[in-house]
Design a protein around this ligand. Structure first.
Ligand code: 8YV
Length: 319
């Protein structure tokens, strides 16, 4: 008997084909967002769940899952939507999909940096609205990225690829992480012991750390005040790391010149203040949304399930 897998969202065709070959999947062809109760109902008799970050696997949900569930194999690198302690308490294995989305997310981060610095959203809106009437030397002047300092909070897998791509723009890389990285991983990036030490060196700031109780609201008004005047802030990690009110205020005053954002608090119902700001370049959480990466994420989640059902340790176990 093939293990039964509850798949909460519509996955790429190639991933669903492999699921059908090796498992008995309960698919979601309409890609409907399930309620918590539906997840619990649909998990009845299943052996594992393959969710996305859109499914909040809270302590309450995990506590109500049937005993048959052995694993939660996430289709995501982030697992802040899963209560790991609750999973551990029930002996449920939790995995994620690291590495395979680092390139796509770093690409998107560079897009956020360029989009914010060169006012891409404003320009696009202007052209589409038929409001582009003239040209002058002072028209749509933005900030140059080449040669500037890029500060990265969290020089992990995605942060390191962002740093590598940014070096193509001759940027000087600074970073803060919990610990200084080995020289090979730093590749010349300048370490700062604290976020506060890092911020004054950031013409551009890219957030790449994980969402955790320690990083919640990390970029608040006090820390924003430590950035150089007119810095550019980008976030392709998680919204909870940023204090929205503080960033919106800084964007309004021009203290932060522009922001590029792909990850928000309370997605997709983001803070309305962002929508009125011309200097906020806003993307709808598409960091890993490339065809190549979506396939790779699905295959990675399946590799983890394959290991679990073969009695082996999955490569990407987080709980
Ligand atoms: C994914 C992400 O699109 O993997 C993550 O942690 O934030 C995104 O890149 C999403 O989580 C898929 O579930």
């Amino acid at each position: 008997m093939k293990p039964v897998i509850l798949v909460t969202r519509k996955l790429p065709d190639a991933v669903e084909e492999r699921l059908k070959r090796d498992y008995e999947p309960r698919l979601n062809p309409d890609d409907r967002l399930y309620t918590k109760d539906e997840i619990i109902e649909r998990a009845e008799g299943a052996d594992a769940i393959l969710p996305c970050h859109t499914e909040a696997m809270t302590a309450d949900v995990i506590g109500r899952l049937p005993d048959s569930i052995r694993a939660i194999a996430n289709f995501s690198v982030g697992y802040d939507h899963v209560d790991l302690e609750a999973a551990k308490a029930r002996g449920i294995i939790v995995t994620n999909t690291p590495e395979v989305l680092s390139d796509a997310t770093a690409e998107l981060t560079i897009l956020l940096m360029l989009g914010a610095a060169r006012r891409a959203g404003e320009g696009e809106r202007l052209v589409r609205a038929g409001e582009w009437k003239d040209w002058s030397p002072s028209f749509m002047v933005g900030t140059q990225m080449t040669g500037k300092r890029l500060g990265i909070i969290g020089l992990g897998r995605v942060g390191r690829v962002t740093a590598q791509r940014a070096r193509g723009f001759d940027m000087e890389i600074h970073y803060h992480d919990l610990n200084r990285l080995p020289a090979e991983a730093e590749a010349g990036a300048i370490f700062h012991q604290t976020v506060e030490d890092l911020l004054p060196h950031c013409d551009f700031l890219a957030i790449h750390c994980v969402a955790s109780p320690q990083t919640r609201g990390l970029l608040d008004a006090e820390r924003i005040a430590l950035l150089p005047e007119g810095a550019i802030v980008v976030n392709a990690a998680r919204g909870v790391i940023v204090d929205d009110e503080a960033l919106i205020q800084a964007l309004k005053s021009g203290r932060v010149k522009a922001a590029g954002i792909d990850a928000y608090n309370n997605e997709p119902n983001i803070h309305p203040g962002y929508k009125d700001l011309p200097n906020a370049f806003l993307m709808p959480h598409i960091g890993s949304a490339t065809a190549e990466t979506r396939d790779a994420m699905g295959f990675r989640a399946l590799d983890n399930l394959d290991a679990i059902f073969a009695g082996r340790e999955p490569k990407d176990r987080v709980a």
